[in-house]
Design a protein around this ligand. Structure first.
Ligand SMILES: [Zn+2]
Length: 457
């Protein structure tokens, strides 16, 4: 079981300066390393179906000129064979370019020595924090170039401006890093920064080990988020066998946030819409101020705080709702939603003369805003966490067709999004469409878990 615990940091003034300085250095390093990757990426490939005639042909020597062909190991490797001899030894030669592909992560990690020589300020950063920056570049490039299991890749990585790079990570922390200082105050011992006081409002659960720590900048100061792990705790409590009585299906939607299969309708919270008016007023005022002036900075801070407030209200509300939903059942069936594909722009429709025809995007923009406001993805995560905490179970169900079929006789009853009522001509069911979905989700869930049982027999 892997969890995230977040605490507020209360750094002294000098520590705050160090942290802010590190963040800025990490940001520059990130942008530089990303540029290296993108330059190489763009110089070495062009889309097969759209090869432009005036493509700049970069000579192969130029592409590889800054990448040494080999690197020589400076120390014995940590991994050892059965006789206790290191598998890789000092002086070993490793190729940097394999089949024309550059082993970027290792090349960039090795190049950090050069960075520290050229820019001595990088010597002040903890080496693992700096290495983590390169790992981040590797991850974004992987997401960009390698399709996931659905065959989708994320967009071209962006360079990070000052307000878009907000955290750095220590990849190796442990429980012993949380200590009390001379005054008996809880502190986190961050290597190369020293003891930073933190608000230790809840203890790390017994048995859990602190793995990594990420220092985060938010609107009201610094936070640290620990990933903590206990391998002995299973992620899912599988023993509870769902039955009609101890389970419920829930349907997530925008008209009602949650509809349960026992007929409960939970209203959509409109935190964002409530604060939207205030936000738009602040933004209008911001537009009139000269950029980076004193007043501009104050307003910017206010806007950031408002966003933070909305996010916190939402998360708090979701936790309360999750506990409420689990209060009378042990198993909840929920749709396995693909949020990313829900929040998307409509495809452009072109007319005969190449003009743009109405495609319903303006209506969908409002819907997208509501979808992001409702944050269903986050809510499912909260449900999973609460289920684990209570020793209960959450099961995801394929949402395909849950709004189109009758829950009782499984007859297909097609409806458009605007039809809110489900009336089945076959068995005469008359009920709210979302209520029908919730009942159907429960039914599918119960059937699928029963199948599982049969397979085991
Ligand atoms: Zn029916």
């Amino acid at each position: 079981m892997l969890l995230k615990y977040k605490y507020k940091l209360k750094p002294h003034k000098s520590q705050g300066l160090i942290i802010a300085n590190w963040l800025e250095l990490a940001r520059r390093q990130y942008n530089y390393r990303l540029a290296e990757r993108l330059n190489w990426f763009e110089a070495t490939r062009t889309p097969v179906n759209a090869c432009p005639l005036n493509v700049s042909v970069v000579p192969i020597e130029r592409i590889y000129q800054n990448i040494p062909e080999f690197r020589i190991q400076t120390r014995d490797g940590r991994k050892k064979d059965s006789n206790g001899h290191p598998i890789t030894r000092k002086g070993d030669k490793h190729p940097n370019i394999i089949d024309g592909y550059v082993a970027w992560e290792t090349v960039q990690l090795a190049d950090l020595v050069q960075t520290k020589k050229l820019f001595p300020e990088y010597k002040s950063i903890h080496s693992q924090v700096l290495q983590d920056v390169i790992q981040r570049v590797q991850t974004t490039m992987d997401n960009f170039t390698q399709p996931d299991k659905n065959g989708k890749t994320s967009g071209r990585p962006k360079f990070k401006g000052k307000h878009y790079y907000n955290s750095f990570s220590y990849p190796q922390l442990s429980n012993t890093n949380i200590v009390k200082n001379a005054n008996g105050r809880y502190c986190i011992n961050l290597p190369k920064i020293d003891l930073v006081p933190l608000v230790f409002n809840r203890p790390i659960p017994v048995g859990f080990k602190v793995k990594t720590g990420t220092v985060i900048r938010e609107a009201d100061g610094w936070y640290i988020s620990f990933t903590i792990e206990d391998k002995s705790v299973p992620v899912e409590v599988g023993e509870i066998q769902p039955t009609r009585k101890n389970s419920k299906g829930i349907d997530l939607g925008l008209l009602h946030y949650v509809v349960t299969s026992n007929g409960e309708f939970v209203e959509v919270p409109k935190f964002f819409r409530f604060s939207e008016h205030r936000l738009s007023k602040l933004q209008a005022r911001l537009a009139k101020k000269p950029k980076h002036s004193k007043g501009w900075k104050i307003l910017k801070g206010k806007i950031r705080s408002l966003h933070q407030l909305i996010a916190r209200q939402r998360l708090d509300w979701q936790f309360k709702l999750a506990y409420h939903l689990f209060s009378n059942v042990s198993v909840i069936f929920v749709e396995d939603l693909q949020i990313a594909s829900l929040v998307r722009r409509c495809k452009a429709k072109l007319g005969d003369n190449g003009q743009f025809l109405p495609n319903g995007q303006s209506a969908k923009s409002g819907l997208n805003k509501s979808l992001q406001d409702a944050a269903f993805g986050q809510f499912v995560q909260v449900l999973e966490y609460v289920a684990w905490k209570l020793g209960k179970r959450i099961i995801k169900v394929d949402p395909k067709g849950t709004s189109q079929y009758c829950w009782q006789c499984l007859n297909k009853v097609s409806k458009s999004l605007s039809e809110r009522w489900h009336s089945c001509p076959k068995c005469g069911q008359e009920l709210d469409r979302d209520y029908n979905s919730a009942l159907l989700i429960q039914k599918i869930g119960l059937l699928s878990t029963r199948d599982e049982e049969n397979h085991f027999c």
